[in-house]
Design a protein around this ligand. Structure first.
Ligand code: SF4
Length: 362
């Protein structure tokens, strides 16, 4: 099979089914990565600012009806302490993540952190992953100094999406899609992603997810293996899950195929991948990922941000995290550039095309 970027759906399905040596697939992705975006690994300091959520996704430990976790929102002062501390050690990009909340106070907190960051850390790139908001709130947060937004579609097929979410208005597939399109069209560096290895999901579904992300022209991808959580309704379907090894392999194949189909996007080696595989970081990077998100959330809060059980922590202190990442990246001939905010090159390409199109129209 020709592993060029023009892979057809049936070829994606074949690769996802492992028909053909994985080594060839990962090597092809690594070659494209080195040629089109380079060997650099970019970091985003992750701060999980709140584990409160208004939604009830069937797979997620933060779902509203899970009463077994203590809910928190990190106060403003502690969030900016995390940013300041990461910044003083060289980090220039931070990701603020939370469950989905529409309350005024939540948006005001994020806005305040962004404005503080714009005044005090002007050379950082701020990434948000805080779920669906109102369109005017996206504009407000972009204006307050954010640059990138991650909104995972989770499953690009409406039918599959409806199996993993309650059938009500706040979990609407169409609304999520519209939010993603709005972000992409309104100046955000836009990311999305899917869960991999869900019960009932096929390789054909995952091939469609890849084509969806390509056709959406997104700039960043964050996707990882589905990890079961006892405190969620999907736990009942445990017996339908692919084995952990199969979910890891599927995730690596998805990363590699994403790199082949969308050479210039940023792709994360996610915490979920690192949780289910002790060498998940290296394997993710070798399959074509180029972003890692070390967790800067203060330990007192971390244990309650449990999307799933057994979340990986790569060392406790920032120094340990960076030392670990450096050592492991070097071992596979990759370079961590801690102070490079690492904008996705695909975003500049996309902006250039938009500019050319608008020039042509004038
Ligand atoms: S996946 Fe996101 S929106 Fe859904 S319950 Fe979890 S945190 Fe909330």
């Amino acid at each position: 099979m020709d592993l060029s970027g023009n892979l057809a759906r049936h070829e994606l399905v074949n690769c996802l089914k492992g028909e053909g040596p994985d080594r060839n697939l990962f090597d092809a992705a690594d070659t494209v990565l080195r040629k089109r975006v380079g060997p650099t690994v970019y970091l985003r300091g992750l701060v999980e600012i709140s584990n409160k959520c208004r939604k009830n996704c069937f797979y997620c430990g933060l779902r509203k009806d899970n009463n077994s976790i203590s809910r928190y929102t990190i106060p403003f002062e502690e969030i900016v302490d995390c940013l300041e501390s990461g910044y003083s050690k060289g980090l220039r990009s931070f990701l603020l993540q939370s469950g989905e909340l529409l309350g005024k106070r939540h948006i005001e907190l994020i806005e305040r952190v962004l404005k503080w960051s714009m005044s005090n850390l002007p050379d950082v790139k701020m990434v948000l992953s805080v779920g669906e908001l109102r369109f005017e709130e996206y504009d407000r947060l972009l204006h307050a100094g954010a640059h990138r937004y991650l909104l995972r579609i989770e499953a690009s097929s409406p039918e599959l999406y409806s199996k993993y979410h309650p059938p009500d208005e706040i979990h609407s597939y169409q609304a999520r899609l519209k939010n993603l399109e709005y972000l992409r069209n309104s100046g955000w560096q836009t990311g999305t992603g899917v869960l991999i290895g869900l019960p009932g999901q096929t390789e054909e579904d995952l091939a469609d997810d890849l084509l969806f992300m390509r056709d959406m022209d997104i700039d960043m991808i964050g996707m990882g293996p589905y990890i079961e959580n006892r405190k969620t309704p999907l736990w009942e379907r445990m017996n339908e899950l692919p084995s952990t090894d199969d979910r890891i392999l599927l995730t690596l194949r998805m990363i590699a195929l994403s790199r082949l189909l969308m050479p210039r996007v940023n792709i994360a080696a996610t915490t979920a991948l690192q949780t289910v595989s002790s060498d998940g970081l290296e394997r993710g990077l070798l399959a074509g990922a180029n972003v890692v998100m070390p967790n800067l959330t203060p330990p007192a809060y971390r244990e309650n941000y449990n999307l799933y059980h057994g979340k990986a922590f790569v060392g406790d202190t920032f120094e340990e995290i960076i030392e670990n990442l450096n050592r492991r990246s070097r071992s596979i001939e990759r370079i961590v550039d801690i102070s490079n905010p690492g904008d996705p090159l695909h975003f500049s390409d996309r902006m250039q095309v938009q500019q050319e199109e608008s020039n042509e129209k004038q």
